[in-house]
Write a protein that binds this ligand. Structure first.
Ligand code: EPU
Length: 343
């Protein structure tokens, strides 16, 4: 396919298969990007000049509330390889369009442990740094070496290290100053050779049949997969975008006031003295677990996950989210921040 191939851009395209909520939003233009040169080729095309653009990976962190009047670019860059190793670590690079879980499974199959706690997270490798995916005691940032990206305005290729990506809890440069400016093309991970299991998370410790201390990378992978399958809905069966809210972090005084009223509140002390609360617990405590507003519902086994029971629109899911936010604020004085990107 040549770069000027007009068939690269498809008009009026349904994004239903490209968002895990299964919303039937349409894009004015759609294209599938298979090489990094194609980003600039598409953005130079006169038909889409001046229109907004939207990058899509697995569509597992996006809520469409209406049709998208712009060009949706599905990042389908493929490839993964061991780049190099030194005394301390191995460096593995994967293209942005690689499926995250398949990539994690591939690292283990090739004797490259270190990402197993992040098994079964939906989405692509290129989306992982944007929200700094994390689960079961590990955040992607801890295994990150660098990423490559195309700056959309100029077509220039850039390389960003961890400091430049400014990773935080479910946060990065790409959700702030860098928002909509870059297309991530590949991510390189640093996997330390001195591997030790991360099995402190209670659900994982329980799921490990052998003792947690001598669990293998594969045993951790299997435990994470089992725990996620038991608690989190499979987007292929029940549309969802994982946790719909971030776990809120509050100051110590707010926490003490809350704990005086709610001694059972689930909390995680942070290094800076603040306290992270389990949003799922707060929502559950307000009685929302399993409740529905039309076809938009709160998952029965994890109140942090909103689901599309079939035929819900993005607007309906947002209305449910708003009702939950209002309730949690009224009852606990705590503001919940949605996690997915709303288009
Ligand atoms: N809880 C309830 N009721 C609920 C849900 C949770 O009481 O309906 C309680 C649990 O019993 C537990 C605590 O809240 O004591 C925390 O629950 P859980 O271990 O399920 O984790 P979480 O804090 O709700 C976070 C991540 C998940 C990640 C898990 C495991 C966020 C926003 N979510 O959820 O990430 O898989 O920890 O590490 O940080 C995602 O980002 O999409 C995601 C699924």
């Amino acid at each position: 396919m040549s770069l000027s191939d007009p068939s690269l851009l498809v008009p009026d395209y349904s994004l239903r298969a490209h968002n895990t909520f299964g919303f039937d939003a349409r894009a004015r233009w759609f294209c599938r990007i298979e090489s990094s040169d194609q980003f600039s080729a598409v953005l130079r095309d006169a038909r889409v000049a001046g229109l907004p653009h939207l990058l899509l990976g697995g569509g597992s962190n996006v809520v469409f509330t209406r049709d998208f009047d712009g060009v949706a670019m599905l990042v389908a860059l493929a490839g993964k390889r061991l780049v190099r190793e030194d005394d301390q670590a191995r460096y593995v690079e994967a293209a942005a369009g690689e499926n995250w879980h398949a990539f994690v499974a591939w690292t283990l199959a090739n004797g490259l442990p270190g990402l197993e706690n992040l098994a079964l997270i939906p989405g692509t490798v290129g989306a992982a740094p944007i929200q700094n995916i994390g689960a079961y005691g590990l955040e992607m940032a801890e295994r990150f070496a660098l990423l490559r990206a195309v700056e959309l305005a100029t077509g220039a290729t850039v390389e960003l290290d961890a400091a430049q990506c400014r990773f935080g809890y479910r946060d990065s440069f790409f959700k702030r100053e860098g928002r909509d400016r870059f297309a991530i093309t590949s991510v390189t991970f640093r996997l330390p050779k001195a591997w030790t299991p991360r099995a402190e998370y209670a659900d994982i410790a329980r799921a490990l049949e052998a003792g947690a201390a001598d669990a293998s990378p594969q045993a951790i992978f299997d435990a994470v997969v089992a725990v996620r399958r038991a608690k989190l809905p499979d987007p292929a069966v029940l549309g969802n975008a994982g946790s719909f809210f971030k776990n809120p972090v509050v100051d110590a005084a707010t926490f003490e006031t809350l704990r005086a009223r709610e001694p059972q509140v689930v909390s995680y002390p942070q290094a800076d003295g603040r306290v992270k609360l389990a949003a799922g617990w707060l929502i559950d405590r307000c009685g929302w677990k399993g409740r529905a507003m039309g076809a938009a519902a709160v998952h029965e086994r994890q109140a942090l996950v909103l689901v599309n029971r079939g035929g819900a629109t993005g607007a309906q899911v947002l209305a449910l989210a708003q009702a939950i936010q209002d309730d949690v604020r009224e009852r606990f004085g705590i503001r919940l921040e949605p996690e997915p990107v709303v288009v």
